[in-house]
Design a binder for this molecule. Structure first.
Ligand SMILES: Cc1ncc(COP(=O)(O)O)c(C=O)c1O
Length: 401
Protein backbone atom coordinates (compact mmCIF):
# COMPACT_ATOMS: atom_id res chain seq x y z
CA UNK A 1 0.00 0.00 0.00
CA UNK A 2 1.51 3.37 -0.93
CA UNK A 3 0.95 6.68 0.83
CA UNK A 4 -1.88 7.82 -1.39
CA UNK A 5 -3.76 4.56 -0.72
CA UNK A 6 -3.61 5.29 2.98
CA UNK A 7 -5.12 8.75 2.58
CA UNK A 8 -8.76 9.12 3.50
CA UNK A 9 -10.81 10.70 0.75
CA UNK A 10 -12.25 13.13 3.26
CA UNK A 11 -10.68 14.47 6.42
CA UNK A 12 -14.07 15.14 7.96
CA UNK A 13 -16.56 12.52 6.84
CA UNK A 14 -20.06 13.90 7.04
CA UNK A 15 -23.42 12.28 7.48
CA UNK A 16 -24.51 11.02 4.10
CA UNK A 17 -27.68 12.61 2.76
CA UNK A 18 -28.76 9.28 1.23
CA UNK A 19 -28.67 7.60 4.65
CA UNK A 20 -30.39 10.44 6.50
CA UNK A 21 -33.59 9.56 8.33
CA UNK A 22 -33.87 12.87 10.16
CA UNK A 23 -35.07 15.72 7.92
CA UNK A 24 -32.42 18.14 9.24
CA UNK A 25 -30.00 19.05 6.48
CA UNK A 26 -27.82 21.78 5.10
CA UNK A 27 -28.54 22.78 1.56
CA UNK A 28 -25.69 24.25 -0.44
CA UNK A 29 -26.58 26.21 -3.56
CA UNK A 30 -23.62 25.71 -5.88
CA UNK A 31 -25.14 28.07 -8.47
CA UNK A 32 -25.08 30.85 -5.89
CA UNK A 33 -21.39 30.14 -5.26
CA UNK A 34 -20.62 30.20 -8.99
CA UNK A 35 -22.61 33.45 -9.36
CA UNK A 36 -20.77 34.99 -6.41
CA UNK A 37 -17.46 33.98 -7.96
CA UNK A 38 -18.42 35.74 -11.21
CA UNK A 39 -19.64 38.83 -9.35
CA UNK A 40 -16.43 39.07 -7.30
CA UNK A 41 -14.26 38.50 -10.40
CA UNK A 42 -16.03 41.23 -12.33
CA UNK A 43 -15.80 43.62 -9.38
CA UNK A 44 -12.10 43.16 -8.64
CA UNK A 45 -10.83 42.63 -12.20
CA UNK A 46 -7.95 40.35 -11.16
CA UNK A 47 -7.64 36.61 -10.55
CA UNK A 48 -9.81 35.31 -7.72
CA UNK A 49 -8.51 32.37 -5.73
CA UNK A 50 -11.27 30.59 -3.83
CA UNK A 51 -10.61 29.99 -0.15
CA UNK A 52 -12.03 26.55 0.58
CA UNK A 53 -10.32 25.76 3.88
CA UNK A 54 -12.36 24.30 6.74
CA UNK A 55 -14.46 22.31 4.28
CA UNK A 56 -15.21 25.50 2.37
CA UNK A 57 -16.46 27.22 5.52
CA UNK A 58 -18.75 24.27 6.11
CA UNK A 59 -20.15 24.22 2.55
CA UNK A 60 -18.20 21.17 1.32
CA UNK A 61 -14.68 21.66 -0.03
CA UNK A 62 -14.79 19.19 -2.90
CA UNK A 63 -18.11 20.36 -4.33
CA UNK A 64 -17.35 24.05 -3.83
CA UNK A 65 -13.76 23.73 -5.05
CA UNK A 66 -14.89 21.95 -8.22
CA UNK A 67 -17.63 24.53 -8.78
CA UNK A 68 -15.14 27.39 -8.45
CA UNK A 69 -12.65 25.79 -10.81
CA UNK A 70 -15.43 25.18 -13.36
CA UNK A 71 -16.42 28.83 -12.95
CA UNK A 72 -12.88 29.89 -13.84
CA UNK A 73 -10.89 30.04 -10.60
CA UNK A 74 -7.20 29.50 -11.33
CA UNK A 75 -6.45 28.45 -7.80
CA UNK A 76 -7.87 27.37 -4.47
CA UNK A 77 -6.57 28.03 -0.98
CA UNK A 78 -6.68 25.63 1.94
CA UNK A 79 -5.23 25.78 5.43
CA UNK A 80 -4.02 22.19 5.81
CA UNK A 81 -2.08 19.73 3.70
CA UNK A 82 -4.85 17.25 4.52
CA UNK A 83 -7.41 19.61 2.98
CA UNK A 84 -5.32 19.89 -0.18
CA UNK A 85 -5.01 16.10 -0.38
CA UNK A 86 -8.76 15.73 -0.05
CA UNK A 87 -9.23 17.96 -3.09
CA UNK A 88 -6.53 16.14 -5.05
CA UNK A 89 -8.03 12.73 -4.31
CA UNK A 90 -11.38 14.06 -5.55
CA UNK A 91 -9.70 14.92 -8.85
CA UNK A 92 -9.28 18.68 -8.46
CA UNK A 93 -6.22 19.53 -10.56
CA UNK A 94 -6.13 23.34 -10.21
CA UNK A 95 -3.34 24.98 -8.24
CA UNK A 96 -3.90 24.59 -4.49
CA UNK A 97 -2.15 26.87 -2.06
CA UNK A 98 -1.61 25.44 1.45
CA UNK A 99 -1.66 28.60 3.52
CA UNK A 100 -0.75 27.50 7.00
CA UNK A 101 -0.62 23.80 7.75
CA UNK A 102 2.75 22.85 6.27
CA UNK A 103 4.58 21.38 9.21
CA UNK A 104 8.00 19.72 8.80
CA UNK A 105 7.26 16.43 6.95
CA UNK A 106 4.13 18.01 5.51
CA UNK A 107 6.31 19.87 3.05
CA UNK A 108 7.33 16.65 1.29
CA UNK A 109 3.77 15.42 1.30
CA UNK A 110 2.52 18.70 -0.13
CA UNK A 111 5.11 18.73 -2.88
CA UNK A 112 4.44 15.09 -3.78
CA UNK A 113 0.75 15.95 -4.23
CA UNK A 114 1.61 19.03 -6.32
CA UNK A 115 0.22 21.35 -3.69
CA UNK A 116 1.84 24.76 -3.37
CA UNK A 117 3.19 25.29 0.13
CA UNK A 118 3.38 28.69 1.72
CA UNK A 119 6.68 29.43 3.43
CA UNK A 120 5.86 31.50 6.48
CA UNK A 121 8.67 30.80 8.91
CA UNK A 122 12.46 30.80 8.77
CA UNK A 123 12.51 27.28 10.24
CA UNK A 124 10.97 25.96 7.03
CA UNK A 125 14.14 26.84 5.11
CA UNK A 126 15.82 23.75 6.54
CA UNK A 127 12.87 21.64 5.35
CA UNK A 128 13.19 23.20 1.91
CA UNK A 129 16.91 22.38 1.85
CA UNK A 130 16.05 18.75 2.66
CA UNK A 131 13.65 18.70 -0.29
CA UNK A 132 16.60 19.69 -2.51
CA UNK A 133 18.84 16.98 -1.03
CA UNK A 134 16.15 14.47 -1.99
CA UNK A 135 16.48 15.69 -5.57
CA UNK A 136 13.05 17.33 -5.60
CA UNK A 137 12.07 20.81 -6.71
CA UNK A 138 9.61 23.07 -4.92
CA UNK A 139 7.36 25.87 -6.16
CA UNK A 140 6.31 27.93 -3.17
CA UNK A 141 4.68 31.19 -2.14
CA UNK A 142 6.39 33.31 0.49
CA UNK A 143 4.27 34.93 3.16
CA UNK A 144 5.22 38.25 4.73
CA UNK A 145 3.92 39.32 8.12
CA UNK A 146 3.00 42.95 7.53
CA UNK A 147 1.09 43.40 10.76
CA UNK A 148 -1.14 40.43 11.51
CA UNK A 149 1.48 38.94 13.87
CA UNK A 150 0.30 35.43 13.12
CA UNK A 151 2.28 33.84 10.28
CA UNK A 152 4.88 35.22 7.93
CA UNK A 153 8.41 36.49 7.61
CA UNK A 154 8.75 39.79 9.47
CA UNK A 155 10.19 42.79 7.66
CA UNK A 156 13.58 42.68 9.43
CA UNK A 157 13.96 39.03 8.36
CA UNK A 158 12.85 39.43 4.76
CA UNK A 159 16.28 40.12 3.29
CA UNK A 160 18.11 37.21 4.91
CA UNK A 161 15.29 34.76 4.19
CA UNK A 162 15.03 35.88 0.56
CA UNK A 163 18.80 35.58 0.11
CA UNK A 164 18.66 31.97 1.28
CA UNK A 165 15.67 31.22 -0.94
CA UNK A 166 17.40 32.81 -3.92
CA UNK A 167 20.44 30.60 -3.31
CA UNK A 168 18.38 27.39 -3.53
CA UNK A 169 18.36 26.28 -7.18
CA UNK A 170 15.61 23.74 -6.55
CA UNK A 171 13.19 26.33 -5.11
CA UNK A 172 11.04 28.71 -7.16
CA UNK A 173 9.23 31.43 -5.27
CA UNK A 174 6.22 31.90 -7.57
CA UNK A 175 4.14 33.98 -5.21
CA UNK A 176 4.46 36.64 -2.57
CA UNK A 177 1.62 37.12 -0.13
CA UNK A 178 0.48 38.78 3.05
CA UNK A 179 -2.75 38.85 5.03
CA UNK A 180 -4.68 41.82 6.37
CA UNK A 181 -5.72 41.98 9.98
CA UNK A 182 -8.21 44.85 9.77
CA UNK A 183 -9.57 44.92 6.23
CA UNK A 184 -13.14 44.71 7.55
CA UNK A 185 -12.68 47.40 10.21
CA UNK A 186 -14.02 50.93 9.74
CA UNK A 187 -10.59 52.48 10.12
CA UNK A 188 -8.64 51.79 6.92
CA UNK A 189 -5.35 53.19 8.18
CA UNK A 190 -3.83 49.97 9.47
CA UNK A 191 -4.50 48.17 6.17
CA UNK A 192 -2.82 51.06 4.36
CA UNK A 193 0.24 50.52 6.55
CA UNK A 194 0.19 46.80 5.74
CA UNK A 195 -0.04 47.51 2.00
CA UNK A 196 2.99 49.81 2.19
CA UNK A 197 4.97 47.25 4.19
CA UNK A 198 4.14 44.59 1.63
CA UNK A 199 5.48 46.80 -1.16
CA UNK A 200 8.66 47.31 0.88
CA UNK A 201 9.06 43.55 1.34
CA UNK A 202 8.49 42.96 -2.37
CA UNK A 203 11.24 45.43 -3.27
CA UNK A 204 13.65 43.62 -0.93
CA UNK A 205 12.70 40.22 -2.35
CA UNK A 206 13.32 41.42 -5.91
CA UNK A 207 16.67 42.95 -4.91
CA UNK A 208 17.61 39.52 -3.58
CA UNK A 209 16.84 37.98 -6.95
CA UNK A 210 13.41 36.51 -6.34
CA UNK A 211 10.88 37.04 -9.12
CA UNK A 212 7.39 36.19 -7.84
CA UNK A 213 4.81 36.42 -10.61
CA UNK A 214 1.71 36.47 -8.45
CA UNK A 215 1.31 38.83 -5.51
CA UNK A 216 -1.76 38.52 -3.32
CA UNK A 217 -2.78 40.26 -0.16
CA UNK A 218 -6.55 40.67 -0.07
CA UNK A 219 -9.23 38.66 1.64
CA UNK A 220 -12.83 39.49 0.68
CA UNK A 221 -13.01 42.77 2.59
CA UNK A 222 -9.60 43.83 1.32
CA UNK A 223 -10.53 42.95 -2.26
CA UNK A 224 -13.64 45.14 -2.15
CA UNK A 225 -12.21 48.08 -0.24
CA UNK A 226 -8.54 48.44 -1.20
CA UNK A 227 -8.27 48.48 -4.98
CA UNK A 228 -4.54 49.29 -4.89
CA UNK A 229 -3.94 46.01 -3.04
CA UNK A 230 -5.63 43.74 -5.57
CA UNK A 231 -2.31 43.11 -7.36
CA UNK A 232 -2.36 39.92 -9.48
CA UNK A 233 -4.84 37.96 -7.37
CA UNK A 234 -7.12 38.13 -4.35
CA UNK A 235 -7.96 35.28 -1.96
CA UNK A 236 -11.64 35.44 -1.18
CA UNK A 237 -13.62 33.15 1.05
CA UNK A 238 -16.62 34.63 2.79
CA UNK A 239 -17.81 36.68 -0.21
CA UNK A 240 -18.02 33.54 -2.35
CA UNK A 241 -20.37 32.10 0.27
CA UNK A 242 -22.64 35.11 -0.08
CA UNK A 243 -21.76 37.04 3.06
CA UNK A 244 -20.83 40.70 2.58
CA UNK A 245 -17.51 41.18 4.37
CA UNK A 246 -18.12 44.89 4.84
CA UNK A 247 -21.45 46.67 4.51
CA UNK A 248 -21.90 48.90 1.45
CA UNK A 249 -18.78 47.70 -0.38
CA UNK A 250 -18.58 45.10 -3.10
CA UNK A 251 -21.03 43.44 -5.47
CA UNK A 252 -24.42 41.96 -4.59
CA UNK A 253 -23.93 38.42 -3.26
CA UNK A 254 -26.26 35.47 -2.79
CA UNK A 255 -26.21 33.36 0.38
CA UNK A 256 -25.39 29.78 -0.54
CA UNK A 257 -26.04 27.92 2.71
CA UNK A 258 -29.37 27.03 4.24
CA UNK A 259 -30.17 24.93 7.27
CA UNK A 260 -33.49 23.16 7.04
CA UNK A 261 -35.47 20.78 9.17
CA UNK A 262 -39.13 19.88 9.76
CA UNK A 263 -41.61 20.01 12.62
CA UNK A 264 -41.18 16.87 14.74
CA UNK A 265 -44.02 17.42 17.23
CA UNK A 266 -46.67 20.02 18.02
CA UNK A 267 -48.48 20.87 21.27
CA UNK A 268 -50.67 23.68 22.56
CA UNK A 269 -49.80 24.69 26.12
CA UNK A 270 -51.45 27.11 28.57
CA UNK A 271 -49.96 30.38 29.80
CA UNK A 272 -47.22 29.83 32.38
CA UNK A 273 -45.93 26.56 30.87
CA UNK A 274 -42.12 26.26 31.16
CA UNK A 275 -40.26 25.16 28.00
CA UNK A 276 -37.08 23.10 27.84
CA UNK A 277 -34.21 22.48 30.24
CA UNK A 278 -34.20 24.72 33.34
CA UNK A 279 -37.65 25.98 32.41
CA UNK A 280 -36.36 29.52 32.29
CA UNK A 281 -38.73 30.39 29.45
CA UNK A 282 -42.41 30.45 30.38
CA UNK A 283 -45.17 30.93 27.83
CA UNK A 284 -46.87 34.28 28.41
CA UNK A 285 -50.17 33.08 26.95
CA UNK A 286 -51.64 29.99 25.32
CA UNK A 287 -48.91 28.92 22.92
CA UNK A 288 -48.50 26.48 20.05
CA UNK A 289 -45.05 24.97 20.39
CA UNK A 290 -43.31 23.12 17.57
CA UNK A 291 -40.43 20.84 18.50
CA UNK A 292 -37.74 20.75 15.84
CA UNK A 293 -34.99 18.10 15.50
CA UNK A 294 -31.91 20.30 15.60
CA UNK A 295 -29.76 21.25 18.55
CA UNK A 296 -26.35 22.40 19.62
CA UNK A 297 -24.77 19.09 18.54
CA UNK A 298 -25.69 20.18 15.02
CA UNK A 299 -24.08 23.58 15.45
CA UNK A 300 -27.29 25.39 16.36
CA UNK A 301 -25.73 27.27 19.24
CA UNK A 302 -27.21 26.97 22.72
CA UNK A 303 -26.72 30.71 22.96
CA UNK A 304 -29.57 31.03 20.47
CA UNK A 305 -31.97 29.86 23.20
CA UNK A 306 -34.97 32.22 23.26
CA UNK A 307 -32.97 34.41 20.83
CA UNK A 308 -33.13 33.10 17.28
CA UNK A 309 -36.01 33.01 14.86
CA UNK A 310 -36.95 30.33 12.37
CA UNK A 311 -39.03 30.42 9.21
CA UNK A 312 -42.23 28.39 8.97
CA UNK A 313 -44.47 28.84 5.92
CA UNK A 314 -42.34 31.89 5.13
CA UNK A 315 -43.23 33.59 8.45
CA UNK A 316 -41.05 34.08 11.51
CA UNK A 317 -41.30 31.93 14.65
CA UNK A 318 -39.19 32.57 17.74
CA UNK A 319 -37.00 29.90 19.34
CA UNK A 320 -38.22 29.55 22.93
CA UNK A 321 -36.53 27.89 25.87
CA UNK A 322 -33.06 26.42 25.98
CA UNK A 323 -31.78 24.75 22.83
CA UNK A 324 -30.90 21.17 23.76
CA UNK A 325 -28.38 18.83 22.17
CA UNK A 326 -30.76 17.43 19.55
CA UNK A 327 -33.88 19.56 19.72
CA UNK A 328 -35.25 23.05 20.09
CA UNK A 329 -38.72 24.54 20.43
CA UNK A 330 -40.27 27.34 18.41
CA UNK A 331 -43.40 29.35 19.08
CA UNK A 332 -45.65 28.93 16.03
CA UNK A 333 -48.82 30.32 17.63
CA UNK A 334 -49.38 33.12 15.10
CA UNK A 335 -48.48 31.02 12.07
CA UNK A 336 -50.74 28.18 13.25
CA UNK A 337 -53.59 30.67 13.65
CA UNK A 338 -53.05 32.22 10.22
CA UNK A 339 -52.28 29.29 7.95
CA UNK A 340 -52.02 26.18 10.14
CA UNK A 341 -48.90 24.22 11.05
CA UNK A 342 -48.53 20.44 10.83
CA UNK A 343 -45.94 17.87 11.82
CA UNK A 344 -43.52 17.56 8.90
CA UNK A 345 -43.79 21.20 7.81
CA UNK A 346 -40.45 22.66 6.78
CA UNK A 347 -38.58 24.88 9.25
CA UNK A 348 -35.66 27.02 8.07
CA UNK A 349 -33.06 28.17 10.58
CA UNK A 350 -30.73 29.74 8.04
CA UNK A 351 -31.55 30.64 4.45
CA UNK A 352 -34.70 31.50 2.57
CA UNK A 353 -38.22 30.12 2.53
CA UNK A 354 -41.38 31.00 0.69
CA UNK A 355 -44.79 29.90 1.94
CA UNK A 356 -48.34 30.89 2.74
CA UNK A 357 -47.14 33.57 5.18
CA UNK A 358 -44.91 35.20 2.53
CA UNK A 359 -41.19 34.86 2.05
CA UNK A 360 -38.35 35.24 4.48
CA UNK A 361 -34.58 35.07 4.65
CA UNK A 362 -32.36 34.45 7.66
CA UNK A 363 -28.76 35.31 6.94
CA UNK A 364 -25.66 34.05 8.74
CA UNK A 365 -25.07 37.70 9.67
CA UNK A 366 -28.35 37.74 11.63
CA UNK A 367 -27.48 34.62 13.60
CA UNK A 368 -23.95 35.89 14.23
CA UNK A 369 -25.31 39.14 15.64
CA UNK A 370 -27.65 37.25 17.97
CA UNK A 371 -24.87 35.01 19.23
CA UNK A 372 -22.19 37.69 19.38
CA UNK A 373 -19.88 36.12 16.82
CA UNK A 374 -18.99 36.44 13.14
CA UNK A 375 -20.83 34.79 10.21
CA UNK A 376 -17.74 32.65 9.52
CA UNK A 377 -18.23 30.83 12.82
CA UNK A 378 -21.96 30.34 12.22
CA UNK A 379 -21.24 28.59 8.91
CA UNK A 380 -18.28 26.55 10.13
CA UNK A 381 -20.19 25.43 13.22
CA UNK A 382 -22.82 23.36 11.41
CA UNK A 383 -21.59 19.94 12.42
CA UNK A 384 -20.87 16.84 10.41
CA UNK A 385 -23.98 15.20 11.84
CA UNK A 386 -25.93 17.42 9.45
CA UNK A 387 -25.87 15.96 5.93
CA UNK A 388 -25.21 18.35 3.07
CA UNK A 389 -27.41 18.40 0.01
CA UNK A 390 -25.98 20.15 -3.03
CA UNK A 391 -28.45 21.95 -5.23
CA UNK A 392 -28.39 24.41 -8.08
CA UNK A 393 -30.58 27.47 -8.46
CA UNK A 394 -32.21 27.08 -5.04
CA UNK A 395 -32.24 30.85 -4.59
CA UNK A 396 -34.00 31.42 -7.90
CA UNK A 397 -36.58 28.81 -6.98
CA UNK A 398 -37.19 30.31 -3.52
CA UNK A 399 -37.70 33.84 -4.80
CA UNK A 400 -39.43 33.38 -8.14
CA UNK A 401 -42.42 31.14 -7.47
C1 LIG B 1 -4.61 33.76 4.80
C2 LIG B 1 -6.05 33.95 4.43
N1 LIG B 1 -6.35 34.46 3.24
C3 LIG B 1 -7.63 34.65 2.86
C4 LIG B 1 -8.69 34.34 3.69
C5 LIG B 1 -10.10 34.58 3.23
O1 LIG B 1 -10.73 35.52 4.04
P1 LIG B 1 -12.27 35.94 3.77
O2 LIG B 1 -13.07 34.73 4.05
O3 LIG B 1 -12.51 37.03 4.74
O4 LIG B 1 -12.36 36.36 2.35
C6 LIG B 1 -8.42 33.79 4.95
C7 LIG B 1 -9.53 33.46 5.86
O5 LIG B 1 -9.50 33.54 7.02
C8 LIG B 1 -7.06 33.58 5.33
O6 LIG B 1 -6.74 33.07 6.51
Amino acid sequence: MNDSDRRPTSILPRANIDDAVRPTRAEIDLSAIAANYQAVSRYVGVDVWGVVKADAYGHGAVEVGSTLVDAGAKGLCVALVEEGLELRSAGVSAEILVMSGVYRDGLDEAIDAKLTPVIFDRAQLEDLARVGRRGRTARVHLKIDTGMSRLGITLPEVESVCEILASMPHVRVDGLMTHFANADCDDASYTDVQIDRFAEAEAIARRCGLAPTVRHACNSAGAFRFSRARLEAVRTGIALYGVAPFPHDGPALMPAFSLRTAVLALREVPAGTPVGYAGNYRCASTTVLATIPIGYADGFFRRLSSEAEALVAGGRARVVGNVSMDMASIDVTQIAKSVGVAVGDEVVLLGSQRGRMGSGLIRAEEIAARVGTIPYEVLCAVSRRVPRRFVRDAHTRATST
